[in-house]
Design a protein around this ligand. Structure first.
Ligand code: IPE
Ligand code: IPE
Ligand code: MG
Length: 246
């Protein structure tokens, strides 16, 4: 049995399925688009709050591969918001020490967005306070499938090596906690590999009304949970020995 300690960094990796923008808007008699706009404000609040609450990595689900099924006008509006976010937010991300990376496919995004992503990633590359990952045209299953295709060429494979193929990064911490807003209780193809032992937190709050205090509440519940990773005693994620034996 191989025993190897993974990262000793105890800052958490939290993933959020930012759901409920549309319902939040329609319940107020607004267009769904207004909900997505309000959702961007919620992203700003949570990105600012996250490092103060012990989060080192924050993965936000912004647009799934299955979201292409939505009406063209809504998809176009979401892409416009993404474009605005990438151009308007970089300065403040840099000032706050946030490193931005975007996960998911880039080749199907409207013209100019892939370049804007690359520019934002480059500009924020030195940020050491928070690693913000935004999932766009993202499918966990496709990500795993692509990693498997790359792995097929290798003669030996460990979980760590495969993780790197899935996440595109060496040593990215597994997801500690996945939060989903809007009362839905499913993962909708989000972080299926990295979230193997993630705690799950579901809240009725719609994403546009999600506040720093809601994040704090989710973390309080999280810290009250016993994570056993298959053993009999509670153990910190960074102390879990790797048992990979492929
Ligand atoms: C989440 O809100 C944002 C995206 C999926 C892009 P929704 O747009 O799914 O909102 P509801 O679920 O319809 O309320
Ligand atoms: C998941 O929400 C994707 C994002 C939040 C970006 P959806 O609203 O698309 O998920 P389903 O369709 O309810 O499962
Ligand atoms: Mg939804």
């Amino acid at each position: 049995m191989q025993s190897k300690l993974v990262s000793r960094d105890d800052k958490l990796h939290v993933g959020i399925i930012m759901d409920g923008n549309g319902r939040w808007a329609t319940r107020r008699g607004l267009l769904r688009m207004r909900g997505h706009e309000a959702g961007v404000e919620a992203i700003r609040r949570i990105v600012e709050a996250a490092p103060k609450q012990g989060i080192g990595t924050l993965t936000l689900y912004a647009f799934s591969t299955d979201n292409w099924r939505r009406p063209k006008a809504e998809v176009a509006a979401l892409m416009t918001l993404l474009r605005f976010y990438l151009s308007n937010e970089v300065q403040s991300l840099v000032e706050n020490g946030v490193r931005l990376t975007v996960i998911g496919r880039r080749d199907r995004l409207p013209d100019g967005i892939a370049n804007a992503i690359a520019r934002a990633e480059k500009a924020t590359a030195d940020g050491g306070t928070l690693h913000l990952r935004i999932a766009v045209d993202y499918s966990a299953r496709d990500t795993i499938l692509n990693a498997a295709a790359k792995a097929a060429a290798l003669t030996s494979l460990t979980r760590e090596a495969f993780s790197q193929l899935v996440t595109g990064e060496a040593g990215l911490r597994d997801v500690d906690l996945i939060i989903r807003t809007s009362g839905e209780k499913r993962l909708s193809d989000f972080l299926l590999w990295e979230g193997a032992y993630a705690e799950l937190h579901f809240t009725e709050r719609m994403w546009p009304e999600f506040e720093a205090s809601d994040l704090a509440e989710a973390l309080t519940v999280f810290h009250g949970r016993e994570r056993r990773f298959g053993g009999l005693r509670p153990i910190a994620a960074e102390e879990v020995p790797s048992l990979s034996r492929v």
